[in-house]
Design a protein around this ligand. Sequence first.
Ligand SMILES: [Zn+2]
Length: 97
Amino acid sequence: MLKIKQLTIINNELAIAWADGEETFVSLDRLRKACPCAHCQGEPDAMGKVIRPITRLNLESYLLRKYELVGGYAFKPSWADGHNTGLYSYDLLRQLS
Ligand SMILES: [Zn+2]
């Protein structure tokens, strides 16, 4: 199971030091676009068709205001545009970076 030792924001990147010794980076841009919440990814409707995301992104969407680690398994960013429903599992974070 993945564990995070340290998280740092460097310029436009999130630097992650993993407990297993790996260090990875993911741009905030990429991070936001990969937001896993239903609002951003769209949800399948009753017919199984995925409704396109309704979230509009602007410059502030890529600014990280703050973040927290939830329950030792997920990263929860609060973006400057007020969006904060995305919960990134450590697995996802690692995949992205
Ligand atoms: Zn989202």
